[in-house]
Design a protein around this ligand. Structure first.
Ligand SMILES: NC(=O)c1ccc[n+]([C@@H]2O[C@H](COP(=O)([O-])OP(=O)(O)OC[C@H]3O[C@@H](n4cnc5c(N)ncnc54)[C@H](OP(=O)(O)O)[C@@H]3O)[C@@H](O)[C@H]2O)c1
Length: 237
């Protein structure tokens, strides 16, 4: 079951799914109540045993330079819809004996504050704390919850976010989407609590414990560079 806003993009992904039946439900999870409607539509044809909460966006821009409507959409998509889907999934599996897996996508930005991505980083800290808490609540049961925190990943995210001219460190540590997805699915199936794909990203998230929070924030500013002048128009409405 694949979901996002753009049907044509989902059709293209479905065409690459060999050996499995891929169904599509379009949804705009940046809108209130879309998550419950999605869950109802997605489960109409049968139960769901794996939930991957991947959809999310961020913008690389100072807070006061972005419309409130975009902030509200970010909060809805990155946090509220994720929690709503998590709740539907947990309710569906409560007391069940069959294995069920939830994979939530946070970010290495969950490990510190990030100037010019302040709300995005805060939303990912929320996803991380929420997911790790759920993992511990359901430890020992057939329901496992895994949080993956990728670092820079080569996707459409950066063009859409108005990503800046990243430093060589950020560029050199960028991973492919396939690498990140494989790590996430592998560790989710193993019932792991937390995944940080890539050695550099693991070291960064570990090392940040030894910096003051202010210094970690300053380092993030240097690593990410400056925002581009114009924020791109939204890819879908
Ligand atoms: N790329 C990175 O460096 C990086 C690093 C750490 C974490 N992440 C996280 O990884 C996740 C995936 O991002 P990505 O890098 O693959 O970015 P992406 O290429 O922009 O993909 C975002 C996906 O989310 C969907 N989506 C966006 N808004 C949506 C909405 N309102 N309702 C439903 N679906 C929506 C998009 O499809 P439609 O546009 O068709 O809706 C697309 O499939 C996000 O949670 C992101 O925060 C990314």
């Amino acid at each position: 079951m694949l979901t996002a806003r753009r049907r044509d993009a989902l059709d293209a992904v479905a065409a690459t799914c060999k050996g499995v039946k891929a169904e599509i439900v379009t949804a705009d999870l940046g809108k209130p109540d879309a998550a419950h409607a999605l869950w109802a539509a997605a489960t109409a044809s049968g139960p769901i045993d794996i939930l991957i909460n991947n959809a999310g966006f961020g913008y690389f821009r100072r807070f006061d330079e972005v419309d409130w409507s975009r902030d509200a959409e970010l909060i809805q998509l990155n946090m509220t819809s994720l929690v709503a889907l998590a709740r539907c999934f947990v309710d569906a599996h409560k007391g069940g004996a069959a294995p069920a897996h939830m994979l939530n996508i946070a970010s290495t930005d969950a490990y510190q504050s990030v100037p010019n991505m302040a709300l995005y980083a805060a939303s990912k800290a929320f996803v991380r704390n929420f997911s790790e808490g759920l993992h511990d609540e359901y430890r020992g049961s057939p329901l496992s919850v895994t949080c993956i925190s990728p670092g820079g990943t080569d996707t459409a995210f950066h063009a859409a976010s108005g990503g800046g001219d990243y430093s060589w460190i950020a560029s050199a540590s960028t991973k492919s989407a396939a690498f990140v997805a494989q790590a996430g699915v592998h560790e989710m199936r193993a019932g792991k609590r937390t995944v940080i794909p890539g050695l550099f990203n693991k070291l960064t998230c570990f090392g940040v414990r030894f910096l003051s929070r202010r210094l970690a924030s300053q380092v993030a500013t240097v690593v990410l560079g400056k925002p581009r002048l114009a924020l791109p128009a939204r890819s879908a409405t």
